[in-house]
Design a binder for this molecule. Structure first.
Ligand code: ATP
Ligand code: MG
Length: 281
């Protein structure tokens, strides 16, 4: 059973895994320009945003570079605290979880970043990296953990002998598969994937997106898929939220947002996706 599910009947309240409630995040920014104008001036990277992800659903969060997507993700993951508003996990304020709940939260909600290299320890073999997670969260060791490592590698399409190799011995796409395997190791209920394919070649992007589709269906996971490229989310997301200058400017069923965009920022993203002539997967 996945963390957070305790056999109770699903209701809208328990179904909501992660939610941002009117969150705002302000950063200080030194202003470039003439010396007299160069005073520290705050700006809001995220302003009054609401976004929720329910069990089993895929939400696409799109917006041009710098619109605040990753900042919002960090707020929802509890990696940063909002200046106002709150992020909740199953209805509880992430900023005030006790130790046990923090562990359950960290287990249920996993993250995959654009650059898996940065989050994989270069001195650990892939097998060791996966075993660590398995031992910590699942209390499995020895032969059982090794079997789990092999199963995880096979799930993400890598041969079992990959366990003996180090991160630098893999291609970018293979490293992203390893990062996904590590996220899966704890049987998460939700994966937050922040630009998981934007550093990869187009053909490899499609493979990784296909893998995410397959895994999401197989494990009934929720997915918050973040991308600046609408073509990445269009076939995966049932709901799409468009960010622009720190705000969500359009939000609705993917079919509506994509077929009848209302906001200029959405139209711009759609035009960009279509001029590239790409369609995933
Ligand atoms: N730690 C920080 N300190 C100061 N400013 C920041 C910080 N993190 C992000 N910003 C700024 O906040 C804004 C939003 O950044 P963010 O990384 O959330 O955008 P994004 O939509 O994820 O962009 P991309 O598509 O390029 O990943 C940007 O102007 C960025 O420079
Ligand atoms: Mg980002």
């Amino acid at each position: 059973m996945k963390a957070g599910e305790s056999g109770q009947t699903r209701s809208p309240a328990t179904d909501c895994v992660l939610r941002a409630e009117n969150v705002t995040r302000r950063y200080e920014r030194g202003r470039a320009g003439p010396i007299r104008a160069r005073k520290s001036e705050g700006f809001e990277a995220v302003h009054g945003v609401d976004l929720s992800v329910h069990a089993g659903e895929t939400v696409g969060l799109v917006g041009r570079s710098g619109s605040g997507k990753s900042t919002l993700a960090r707020l929802m993951l509890g990696l940063e605290e909002p200046d106002s508003g709150k992020a909740t996990w199953r209805g509880r304020d992430i900023a005030h979880l006790d130790r046990d709940s923090t562990l359950a939260f960290r287990r249920e909600v996993q993250v995959v970043f654009q650059d898996p290299y940065g989050s994989l320890n270069p001195r650990h073999t892939v097998g060791k990296a996966l075993q660590e997670v398995i031992s910590f969260h699942r209390d499995a060791a020895g032969a059982e953990a090794q079997r789990s490592v092999r199963d995880l590698l096979s799930l993400v399409g890598l041969p079992p002998e990959s366990a003996r190799s180090y991160p630098h011995e893999f291609s970018g796409g293979q490293r992203q598969r390893i990062a996904i395997a590590r996220a899966l190791a704890v049987e998460p209920g939700l994966i937050v994937a922040d630009e998981p394919v934007s550093a990869l070649d187009v053909s490899v992007q499609a493979q990784i997106l296909n893998l995410l589709i397959d895994l999401r269906e197989r494990f009934d996971m929720a997915l918050l898929l973040i991308a600046h490229d609408l073509s990445v989310v269009r076939h995966l997301a049932s709901r799409v939220a468009v960010m622009h200058d720190g705000r969500i400017v359009e939000h609705g069923p993917a079919s509506d947002v994509l077929s009848a965009p209302r906001h200029p920022a959405t139209r711009e993203l759609l035009a960009f996706a279509s001029t590239r002539g790409r369609s995933f997967p």
